[in-house]
Design a protein around this ligand. Structure first.
Ligand code: SAM
Length: 224
């Protein structure tokens, strides 16, 4: 069966790659790396530098496949990028595609996965997204300042939005036994004991909190 990893690279330092990311590279025969250069060279690609450093750490050599990513936010560009990934998967059984920071934060991987889902449902189902360190969690650590502490909230905003801004809400630190009605409605997921014993991910808001290690995400409506 074909396997696609969508690997978060962190903000730039190879030491901020996760073990899961390194294992995905070890497991892959080819790594698809975005480049903004039309000639598919990697001179200006930060992602390429991180991947090369990671392969040096692993003492491994892999085929690196350039994926021209002009960052114009055009469907036709994402279709070409998804096409390169799917072509690479025809040649190899296991392939990684990489993205800077964490894949959940303003990454094109979800535009690509929408296309991959339509083109090849099996590849989509068997695809794994590897989480990474975001630029802002690294920034907070660099200056030893918390992003949120006590009763603070955290806002992440696009500086130049192209359309109406929809907001994802992350709700943390619940009280055990609380009724969740007050959290409102929306596209909720509940994550309990993630990666721990008794992990449970529910694609809705559970009505009562059973464990402190519970977080809710009310995902923003996707406009594009
Ligand atoms: C397309 S977004 C990708 C965000 C990324 N997925 C993340 O988790 O941080 C690119 C923006 O992230 C921020 N960014 C990413 N890496 C950064 C770094 N090493 N230093 C400063 N800002 C960075 C900048 O605001 C940049 O314009």
């Amino acid at each position: 069966m074909k396997k696609l990893y969508m690997v978060s690279l962190g903000p730039g330092d190879v030491e901020l790659l996760t073990l899961k990311a390194l294992n995905a590279f070890k497991d892959s025969q080819a790594i698809c790396v975005p480049t903004k250069s039309e000639d598919r060279s990697f001179g200006k690609s930060i992602s390429y530098k991180i991947v090369k450093n990671a392969l040096d750490v692993l003492k491994e050599e892999k085929e690196i496949v350039p994926v021209y990513s002009p960052m114009r936010f055009l469907q036709e560009d994402w279709e070409k990028e998804a096409g390169v990934i799917l072509q690479t998967l025809q040649k190899y059984d296991t392939v990684s595609f990489v993205t800077l920071g964490d894949a959940g934060i303003y990454s094109s991987i979800y535009y690509l996965l929408d296309i991959i889902k339509k083109e090849d449902e099996e590849v989509y189902k068997n695809c794994e997204v590897i989480a990474g360190v975001t630029s802002f969690s690294a920034a907070s650590a660099r200056v030893k300042k918390p992003l949120c502490l006590g009763d603070m909230a955290l806002h992440i905003k696009p500086i130049n939005p192209r359309s109406k801004v929809e907001t994802t809400e992350i709700l943390m630190r619940p009280k055990v036994g609380m009724d969740t009605a007050s959290l409102g409605d929306g596209d909720f997921y509940t994550f309990e004991n993630m990666y721990l014993d008794g992990e449970c991910i529910t694609p809705k808001k559970i009505s009562r909190v059973k464990k402190y290690m519970t977080l809710f995400i009310n995902f923003a409506k996707r406009l594009s």
